[in-house]
Design a protein around this ligand. Structure first.
Ligand code: SD4
Length: 339
């Protein structure tokens, strides 16, 4: 969606000058339309939560990089399922969905979990039934593109896949798999395609200093059915606290969720660390155990300062992210060198 000039003018004239750099929208990857949509939502009077929801929903509609929304990352059965979350940094409320089927607007369902239930996280078929009951349209998430990725994978004997210690040998064969009686421990391969990313993670801080954060993704290509990644997990995929700031992550969720990188980054900022260094700490913590993991984090604090960090790997030495604030006046792509 293009930000209309009139909205920009209204936005800049209505916002009081308590901060030179707030409001702020920051998101993972060069998903410019999502950034613009979030900004435009703030400008038309929406809350930080509204902006995060609208920004991520825009990516879901556009199928950003094939990694957000319908028609991407088919699982072992060829089905696309979605993970999403949203967090209100004022109230510390969270809504999340994992392995959501049939519903395109995953972040919308996440918000409905937050606002229409006392729960935090719904998963699978039951999450989809909840969404249908809340009025979300049930649709097939399969597209020609996801079907062709799936068909090619079947033709290539289901390579690569996420199985280990099973028979038949998952490095050459499709399932159904059974546990192996005896096995050699094998190192888990890198499966998230670093050239076909990625999850949108977004932080919005409005003029009044309210922080919201959210994520939306279709997860990992050829995942084992039932797999839920880091994106819908508070503190892993994203975290928001209006007394500190927010953080959001992207990358190999199976590894990243073990370290709660978004929570760690926010806690670093709470301790006074600047956003870039906070993001670097979150990456370094994971890197110590998994030097080759694929991942990045964006961080922002209440002064409107922001930063990002990523883990350097072959083919991934810089991480692009989007920023929109009063200084930039436009959605601006920035790059950070990986460590
Ligand atoms: C996941 N973190 O489901 C997501 C995918 C992603 O870069 O961000 N890929 O693991």
């Amino acid at each position: 969606m293009k930000l209309k000039l009139i909205e920009l003018i209204i936005c800049f004239s209505l916002t009081p000058t308590c901060s030179a750099v707030l409001p702020l929208v920051i998101n993972t990857w060069p998903f410019k339309d999502a950034t613009t949509t979030a900004w435009s939502t703030l400008c038309s009077g929406g809350s930080a939560l509204d902006a995060v929801e609208a920004g991520c929903a825009q990516c879901e509609k556009l199928q950003c990089d094939g990694s957000v929304g319908y028609g991407g990352s088919p699982d072992e059965t060829g089905e696309t399922t979605l993970d999403a979350m949203i967090m209100n940094g004022d109230t510390m409320e969270v809504g999340a969905v994992g392995q959501l089927r049939r519903i395109k607007n995953a972040i919308g369902v996440a918000r409905a979990v937050m606002e229409r239930t006392k729960h935090t996280f719904l998963v699978g078929e039951s999450a989809s039934v909840f969404a249908e009951n809340m009025g979300f349209l049930a649709e097939d998430l399969t597209t020609n593109q996801s079907l062709s990725i799936f068909t090619k994978w079947l033709k290539e004997n289901c390579q690569p896949n996420y199985r280990q210690h099973v028979s038949p040998d998952p490095s050459t064969s499709c399932g159904p798999y059974k546990p192996q009686a005896m096995f050699q421990r094998r190192r888990r391969g890198q499966l998230i395609d670093i050239h076909a990313h990625d999850t949108i993670g977004m932080i919005v801080i409005n003029q009044a200093g309210q922080v919201a954060a959210g994520t939306s993704t279709n997860g990992a290509r050829h995942k084992v059915p039932g797999r839920v990644g880091d994106s819908p997990i508070a503190g892993a995929g994203a975290y928001a606290d209006s007394t500190v700031g927010g953080a959001a992550a992207t990358g190999d969720g199976d590894i990243m969720m073990r370290f709660l990188p978004s929570y760690l980054a926010v806690e670093q900022m709470r301790a006074g660390v600047d956003p870039s260094a906070a993001c670097r700490t979150a990456i370094t913590r994971i890197k110590k155990h998994f030097p080759d993991f694929f991942g990045a984090v964006v961080c922002a604090n209440m002064t409107g300062s922001y930063g990002a960090a990523c883990n350097k790997r072959p083919g991934f030495s810089q991480f692009p992210f989007m920023v929109f604030n009063r200084k930039s006046n436009v959605p601006r792509q920035e790059m950070v060198d990986c460590i």
